[in-house]
Design a protein around this ligand. Structure first.
Ligand code: NAD
Length: 497
């Protein structure tokens, strides 16, 4: 009998008001049920919000360096539980163990960064234009922050939101993706065991269109941070716009790697395999387009196909596996649909393009690593996010053309350039229209202490990670203190000596 899990509301583990549950299954073997999780209703969210408001009243008054100490303990516990969480994550999400260990490590890095930020969280003091007057700004907590996260980074992405939000003194409500509720549960356990005061964190499982929506529409949740698809982000953006909420959106990508004719091709080969087929292509920063200089096009395409064909598919818990399953049936179906679209548009399927025949894999959502050749700018497989192990290969005649192809999509998350020409590298760093550019490294590989996010339809101008995210989770208040004992009128009473 699989374990039945609860929400965390009002400072305790709580059954859902609906009495309803959904099953969470292993994508590498759909016969394995990981657990039953609450299919919560709007009432659960209302209770969570009321509780978070109480948590906020206390936590917002806790000095930031002490809040940082709690996050230090959170980081320590994540270190202790890294292997246990990584294994649970692979079981419910599918990606290989090396990657889920990396996912937890990103949470650890984010916790330790947040812990030190507790002793910084700088405001500014600047000279006033008037005498005997101080002018300064400082950061205040905002209130209850609602966090909605996707399935592909079940621990790292929630921590990118939760830890800075908490460090800034906000209470949080966490709505994990339906496909990865177990990792969400384990993360909240860590926070509680680390000594986060009651009611500062709430965990509400369930469908985005029910509990996510109830959170977004509630007036007592002034901050929303969402990572997920551009379609869902648009729905959330419309509601938050009407209600004047502070909103951070991190959405889809169609990231390209450019390989020039002077590149180290062996290095670029390792990079493209990792970028395109790591996490089974289910990364917002996945390399889904490969833009090749015509002089190396044939040779490099063959190198990619030869190696990609030999990638070992299997359950992520098997240390020999290189590519795990997709998250669910619908995701796999979507890759299959794009194979048909690619053929209709005149591209060729160089390798893959089908469900593997291997009996060992027949109860998982596996799909063969797929390479589309002969892709032209504007084709749907070149423009749309597939979110699976599929790579579209294009041929160009120059760096200018490569940059143009990279930029001519609606998304703008990440890009990569392989070259030995330093001038070309710097020009591309300036002209590639993305939030992140890698030189001689694949399109994936963000570090927790730098800003992360994309331009155009990928985001709405905010950043996660690094120092910038602390601006999002804090309100800047400006203070003037006039100790002159007279009325000094700004812009009117000026001093020239
Ligand atoms: P999704 O949009 O289907 O779901 C994301 C979350 O939104 C889930 O928790 C879901 O329950 C919730 N949700 C769905 N409908 C909602 C609604 N109406 N109101 C409120 N919440 C709702 O995305 P997914 O399939 O889990 O993740 C894949 C997508 O995420 C890809 O497009 C990928 O590029 C993107 N992503 C982006 C980044 C980034 O930083 N830019 C990082 C990871 C993933």
């Amino acid at each position: 009998m699989p374990e039945t899990f609860k929400n965390f509301i009002g400072g305790e583990w709580a059954v859902p008001s609906t009495g309803d549950y959904f099953e969470n299954r292993n994508p590498a073997d759909w016969n394995e049920v990981i657990g039953r999780f609450p299919r919560s209703g709007p009432d659960d969210m209302t209770r969570a919000i009321a509780s978070a408001k109480r948590g906020f009243a206390r936590w917002s008054k806790t000095p930031a360096p002490l809040r940082g100490q709690v996050l230090q303990r959170v980081g320590d516990l994540l270190v202790e539980r890294k292997e246990q969480i990584a294994r649970a994550m692979t079981r419910e999400m599918g990606k290989v163990l090396a990657e889920t260990r990396g996912d937890v490590q990103e949470g650890i890095d984010t916790a330790f960064y947040a812990a030190t930020e507790g002793r910084r969280l700088f405001g500014r003091v600047v000279p006033s234009e008037l005498r005997s007057k101080w002018a300064m700004s400082y950061r205040r907590p905002i209130g209850v922050a609602g966090l909605i996260t996707p399935f592909n980074f079940p621990l790292a992405i929630p921590t990118w939101k939760m830890f800075p939000a908490l460090l800034c003194g906000n209470a949080v409500i966490f709505k994990p993706a339906e496909d990865v509720p177990h990792t969400g549960h384990l993360l909240v356990e860590v926070l509680i065991d680390a000594g986060l005061p009651p009611e500062v964190v709430q965990l509400v499982h369930g469908q985005g269109s029910v509990v996510g929506r109830a959170m977004i529409e509630h007036p007592d949740v002034p901050v929303i941070s969402f990572t997920g698809s551009t379609e869902t982000g648009s729905v959330i953006g419309a509601t938050c716009g009407k209600l004047h909420k502070r909103l951070s959106l991190e959405m889809g990508g169609k990231n390209a790697m450019i390989v020039m004719d002077d590149a180290d091709l062996d290095l670029a080969l390792d990079g493209v395999l990792w970028g395109a087929f790591g996490t089974t292509g289910q990364r917002c920063t996945a390399t889904s387009r490969l833009i090749l200089h015509q002089k190396i096009h044939e040779r490099f395409l063959k190198m990619v196909c030869d190696r990609a064909e030999r990638l070992r598919l299997g359950p992520g818990l098997d240390e020999k596996t290189e590519v795990g399953p997709l998250i669910h049936d619908e995701a796999r179906q979507k890759v299959g649909d794009y194979v048909e679209i690619a053929k209709k548009e005149g591209a060729t399927v160089a390798i893959g393009g089908k469900i593997p025949g291997d009996k060992r894999l027949e109860c998982g959502w596996f799909y063969e690593p797929t390479v589309f050749a002969g892709v032209k700018p504007g084709m749907r497989v070149e423009q749309e996010e597939i979110f699976g192990p599929a790579l579209a290969v294009l041929k160009v005649g120059s760096l200018d053309e490569a940059i143009k192809v990279n930029n001519d999509v609606q998304y703008g998350l990440s890009s990569a350039l392989y070259t030995r020409d330093v001038n070309a590298a710097f020009r591309a760093m300036e002209d590639l229209d993305n939030g992140i550019t890698y030189v001689n490294a694949p399109t994936i590989g963000a570090e927790a202490h730098l800003p992360f996010g994309g331009v155009k339809q990928t985001g709405n101008g905010h950043r996660e990670g690094g120092w910038e995210v602390y601006d999002f989770y804090s309100e800047t208040k400006t203070i003037y203190v006039d100790y002159s004992g007279t009325l000094q009128r700004a812009q009117i009473d000026t001093y020239t000596e």
